[in-house]
Design a protein around this ligand. Structure first.
Ligand code: GLC
Length: 548
């Protein structure tokens, strides 16, 4: 597609919004969010202007990994509602111009899935081959010493099966064997069943793992990944006007177009994490964060803009249910909370790609702090505490890492109002509500014309209303500057200039010629309309965006 073409796919001008259902809105007082709660809040999302919702898993699940362990792909978890509720959500969202994108979790199922029970029960069952089994090693132990992503061994002995099975994430999440054509057929049918219900696409959980070669030890981006994605496209996606976003922790700038290049017939875009991992320790990963390094973050973000400039498409985000909330991680959730939330949004949303807003981000919700082990809920964090403890990490050091990068701190309930429990639930919330909610909540932020919500509304409207924002060519500037993000976007004769001070300090910035800040401020900017060049003094967390 060229930049000036008028018919572009709807998801290139839309903004996505991630709902993590357990903490969005409870309506029946059980302390757990539900589908009726999402329906009740659709007007909030319509007012924000988003084009689609990525709905984290709502399928039947024992919730060991908060729904990323599915026991029935065609049923809704009872605490979330029923299939009728789901149909109602799809219809009510559609009536507001919002598509529902489901989470496709098919690298693994729950160990409670009927397929796994049947597989475990008998070597002769057709389902046996749908999972990954191996005999014990010569010493009677696991076939390899592979570790699981959430801690512990990746192989679990099943007495009933008389073999080990692979659970690459945890023993509760046995890996599906994509080598089985019959298994793949089951998945295509399931996907088509959901499309027939009217969903707008799929976000595909850890999709880069499906082509793995277990015996070769190649898990990420294995030899059959793209063959399977192309088969999926033929069997389910071809001819449908839907969006697909594949999650990949291994994709690089070099491999990205294999997933989402125009002639690939695989996916529309990937969630990549190179900019996130730029802030992690080489040995301890996310549990030992590196000091903030804006130049490293920019190097990834800008590099990805360039890598997919002519082919492929970027997904733009800093936060999700696996990551810290952005205002706490990359901004300042103290005195500069409002400004830094708006500044980060400007810097990210005006890049080229499809932005994703994680629930609560649109009001600048901060992370919740965890103080004690009993407050932790997340399987990954608990599993890694066991691992880190075994290698001598102190509780205090681990807790510091878990508070900065762990998954519980961004999973607490959305703050709707200053009512008890933030208006999330009339019962006892499944996880503690952030005590900040009387000060930071949707009702209060939306009443403020300079609030975070109003700012997101303008950014989202600019994307859907102005081709310069959605499709303008990106050029990154001042790449090594440790505090300032600066870039331009160009389309035909139009130019958008963005400069943002991602710091709490007044920052002097020598404006590069190419930035040529001039034109109409996109309405949220406070700067005059005259050309700004030479030396610019940026206020803490100030962002300027002007177009002409
Ligand atoms: C993805 C999900 C994460 C989940 C994991 C295993 O990374 O986003 O929440 O735990 O896959 O399904």
């Amino acid at each position: 597609m060229t930049e000036t073409e008028t018919n572009v796919p709807w998801w290139q001008t839309a903004t996505g919004y991630q709902i993590w259902p357990r903490s969005f809105q409870d309506t029946d007082g059980d302390g757990i969010g539900d589908l009726a709660g999402i329906v009740a809040r659709l007007d909030h999302l319509a007012d924000l202007g988003v084009g689609f919702v990525w709905l984290s898993p709502v399928y039947a699940s024992p919730q060991r990994d908060m729904g990323y362990d599915i026991s029935d792909y065609r049923a809704i978890a009872p605490e979330y509602g029923t299939l009728d509720d789901m149909d109602r959500l799809i219809a009510e969202a559609r009536a507001r111009g919002i598509g529902i994108v489901m989470d496709l979790v098919v690298n693994h199922t729950s160990d409670r899935h009927a397929w796994f029970r049947a597989a475990r029960a008998s070597r002769g069952a057709p389902e046996r081959d749908w999972y990954v089994w191996r005999d014990a090693g010569p010493d009677g132990g696991p076939p390899t010493d592979l570790r699981a992503c959430f801690g512990g061994p990746a192989w679990t002995w099943s007495e009933e099966a008389g073999q080990y099975y692979l659970g690459y994430f945890s023993p509760f999440q046995p890996d599906l064997n994509w080598q089985s054509p019959a298994l793949r057929q089951q998945i295509w049918e399931m996907m088509n069943w959901w499309f027939a219900r009217g969903i707008a696409g799929f976000r595909m959980d850890v999709i880069s793992l499906i082509g793995k070669d277990v015996d070769a030890g190649t898990f990420e981006e294995g030899p059959d990944l793209h063959r399977f994605l192309r088969e999926m496209h033929r069997q389910t996606l071809r001819g449908r006007d839907v969006v697909t976003i594949g999650e990949s922790w291994s994709v690089s700038r070099d491999t990205a177009r294999l997933y989402c290049g125009a002639d690939r017939e695989e996916l529309d875009m990937v969630f990549q994490f190179n900019h996130i991992k730029a802030g992690w320790d080489d040995t301890h990963g996310k549990w030992k964060p590196r000091p903030r390094d804006l130049a490293a973050l920019k190097d990834e973000l800008f590099g990805w803009q360039e890598a997919l400039a002519d082919d492929g498409w970027n997904a733009l985000f800093l936060s999700n249910h696996d990551l810290p909330r952005q205002v706490s991680k990359y901004g300042d959730d103290g005195i500069w909370r409002l400004r830094s939330a708006r500044c980060l949004a400007t810097a990210i949303h005006l890049m080229k790609g499809t932005p994703f807003v994680y629930q609560g981000e649109e009001i600048g919700m901060p992370n919740t702090r965890v103080a004690a082990l009993e407050q932790l809920r997340d399987l990954e964090t608990l599993g890694h505490w066991d691992e880190e403890r075994a290698r001598g990490t102190s509780w205090d050091a681990f807790l510091a890492g878990a508070n900065e990068n762990g998954r519980d701190t961004s999973r607490t309930p959305v703050h709707w109002s200053d009512a008890p429990n933030a208006g999330f639930s009339t019962g006892t919330p499944w996880i503690g509500v952030n005590p900040d909610y009387p000060r930071i909540n949707v009702a209060r932020d939306r009443a403020d014309p300079d609030g975070v919500f109003a700012h997101y509304q303008r950014l989202i409207a600019a994307r859907s209303g102005r081709r310069l924002v959605s499709h303008g060519r990106f050029r990154g500037l001042a790449r090594d500057h440790p505090r300032v993000v600066a870039y331009i976007r160009e389309l035909d004769q139009e130019r958008l200039s963005v400069v943002a001070n991602l710091s709490g300090e007044v920052t002097e910035f020598d404006v590069p010629d190419a930035l040529a800040i001039a034109g109409e401020p996109l309405s949220w900017s406070v700067r005059p309309r005259d050309r700004i060049d030479g030396r610019l003094v940026l206020e803490p967390w100030e962002a300027i965006a002007v177009a002409r």
